[in-house]
Ligand binder design. Structure first.
Ligand code: TRP
Length: 337
């Protein structure tokens, strides 16, 4: 990589390959990553090691990992600009996680709200991996000395732990890790369920009508939007508390047309009823998703090329990760041969 590349600040982020990528992934993360990759030395991974903290079917996990990789690219992540890779292809993440495990208190992990939520959700499988999940996430970040980590607000606590671990290691041994800053990117970009607009849109919603998947066809998208739950009002105004369904459709319209909320309100001020607005949102979202879906299918259907991209990404990531891990092992007191 060039000199200039070395000097830019490093960002790293990742997503779990579970379920199917949907428009919330785009709005909350991918859209920002695509912008950031022009400015930063960027690493984007698919965190399959994290995914197995809940039960996964092997064939589905394998497929979802490739689907997410293809979707990153279809949404605009350029593998020539960014390092795009799969977490399990870079074993140093898990190796660093072990060292950090030995520097993390039980109490620190048990305070994590995501652990508490997930262990309640998956009470039949509260495994140790779920407990130490944030330590592996810290390793993902620290092994590349990332300066900035674009994440949703729900990950802020994990970032705080990451910062603490970096400082702890630096203090206990000697300066080694960059202490990363969170870059909270989902402000104004949160897409809610089309069926229960007070809940976040989710890949695992049992009601398929609640979620716009990035590979949904035109007709499917239009149908889902027309059937989106709204209230019995008639006005198109941004009122998240009073009219969450319309607010969510406005967010989707904003995302897919670039219009501000004020512009949207103004342009629908004289229409009566929600139907014409839903029609417009359906058109906008279908038009927006179509080229992403087409690129996705093209990339996904050439698995050999996709795997080559991931191979190159993994090689680059491993070169960098190896250097950090070597320092860590040395400082820890492991014998070098
Ligand atoms: N825990 C993150 C999430 O659920 C995913 C993740 C894993 C991640 N490792 C990361 C995000 C490193 C940013 C950086 O969203």
């Amino acid at each position: 990589m060039s000199e200039q590349h070395e000097q830019r600040k490093v960002i790293l982020s990742g997503m779990q390959p579970s379920g199917q990528p949907h428009i919330g992934h785009f709005s909350g993360a991918l859209k920002n990553w695509v912008q950031l990759q022009h400015e930063f030395d960027s690493l984007f991974c698919i965190v399959d090691l994290h995914a197995i903290t809940v039960r996964q079917e092997p064939a589905k996990l394998r497929k979802a990992t490739l689907d997410f990789a293809a979707m990153y690219i279809a949404c605009g992540i350029d593998p020539e600009k960014s390092t795009l890779f799969v977490q399990s292809h870079v074993p140093q993440h898990a190796e660093l996680a072990w060292v950090l495990n030995c520097m993390t208190g039980m109490g620190e992990c048990s305070r994590m709200t995501q652990f508490k939520d997930k262990s309640a959700q998956h009470s039949e499988n509260v495994n140790v991996g779920l407990f130490t999940y944030p330590i592996l996430m810290a390793s993902d970040i620290l092994i590349y000395n990332a300066d900035l980590v674009p994440v949703g607000a729900d990950q802020k606590q994990h970032l705080e732990l990451t910062r603490n671990l970096a400082e702890r290691f630096n203090h206990h041994y000697s300066p080694t890790f960059t202490v990363p800053e969170p870059y909270i990117s989902d402000v104004g970009g949160k897409i809610m369920s089309l069926q229960e607009p007070t809940k976040k849109m989710s890949k695992s919603d049992p009601n398929e009508k609640a979620t716009i998947f990035l590979r949904d066809g035109d007709a499917e998208i239009r149908n889902k939007i027309k059937r989106a739950v709204t209230d019995s009002g008639t006005r198109i105004v941004m009122d998240e508390a009073g009219s969450p369904g319309i607010a969510n459709l406005m967010t989707l319209y904003h995302l897919t047309t670039g219009m501000s909320f004020a512009e949207i309100e103004a342009s629908f001020a004289s229409t009566s009823g929600y139907a014409p607005f839903k029609e417009a949102v359906a058109d906008a979202v279908a038009t927006f998703v179509a080229p992403i879906r087409e690129r996705f299918l093209e990339i996904r259907n050439n698995e050999e090329e996709l795997k080559n991209i991931l191979k190159r990404g993994a090689e680059h990531a491993r070169d960098r990760a190896r250097k950090t891990l070597r320092k860590v092992y040395k400082k820890t007191g492991f014998v070098e041969l």
